[in-house]
Design a protein around this ligand. Sequence first.
Ligand SMILES: Cc1cc2nc3c(=O)[nH]c(=O)nc-3n(C[C@H](O)[C@H](O)[C@H](O)COP(=O)(O)OP(=O)(O)OC[C@H]3O[C@@H](n4cnc5c(N)ncnc54)[C@H](O)[C@@H]3O)c2cc1C
Length: 266
Amino acid sequence: MHIIVCVKQVPDATEVRIDPQSNTLDRSSVPAIINPYDSHAVEEAVRLKDKFGGKVTVISMGPLKAAEVIKRSIALGADEGYLLNDKMFAGSDTLATSYILYRGIQQVCSREPFDLIFCGKQAVDGDTAQVGPGIARRLSIPQLTYVQKILAVAPDSKDIKIKRKLNDGYEIVTSKLPCLLTVEKEINELSYSSLTNMLRGARYQPKILSAVDIEAEHAMLGLNGSPTSVIKIFAPSPRNQGEIFQGDERSVINGLIEKLHYRLMQ
Ligand SMILES: Cc1cc2nc3c(=O)[nH]c(=O)nc-3n(C[C@H](O)[C@H](O)[C@H](O)COP(=O)(O)OP(=O)(O)OC[C@H]3O[C@@H](n4cnc5c(N)ncnc54)[C@H](O)[C@@H]3O)c2cc1C
């Protein structure tokens, strides 16, 4: 099986500092990590490779520093990695990001077609959960989102059966391969990297692909290809402090009615 995993570099949310003057994220003080959902996606891909044979390829779009998340994925057991890097990619929204990743996947898989693509459920910085479905739509393959468990995979008959999370429970879904999965963290427990993989990851240099390499249309990239724009960033004003009514039942209810009545009269 050839399994692709999309991994994103994100700021470590546990270390995030907000600049009190500008109310924006102070990126300079924040270490970058692999998006936590994407570590679970790599783990699941490596487990399938160990079971059925094949290869795991990771792809990331980002600055040169994002090579770190590819090296981390190699340490987790992935086989090779590509970094999509070009100044034309800067300012891409989710539509443009999914286009760039789609072109990257097509380029990387031109000789070795993929069976499965894994994405995290969402990135912990952008938080939109749109990129995975965007890639699936562009590739015209089924998308299985919020995957909690892979129940069965049959590479020969090209079938997959998964359990996906719903607001009020779960559902079991089957699909044909190739398809794209976006995964929840509970899909697996992360394993420790072996020493061999850690050393491989430390030495690994991902292949870098530019807009020309992936034969991307310029109008689809960066700000040109991004129909959304950020109008304003602000911290929501703090809520007014609530009021606690104390005493026996009658006085609490009377106090509340009086308050509501007063509000209505205002
Ligand atoms: C107008 C606008 C301008 C923006 N400009 C910039 C900018 O200049 N620089 C910038 O860094 N961000 C920018 N962003 C944010 C950027 O668009 C998003 O971070 C990006 O599209 C991914 O969306 P998300 O974080 O919501 O990912 P989600 O859709 O929540 O991610 C889901 C999954 O998709 C995959 N994925 C997502 N992004 C990547 C990636 N880059 N590489 C590999 N896999 C990925 C991962 O598997 C991830 O778990 C901009 C956003 C907007 C709206």
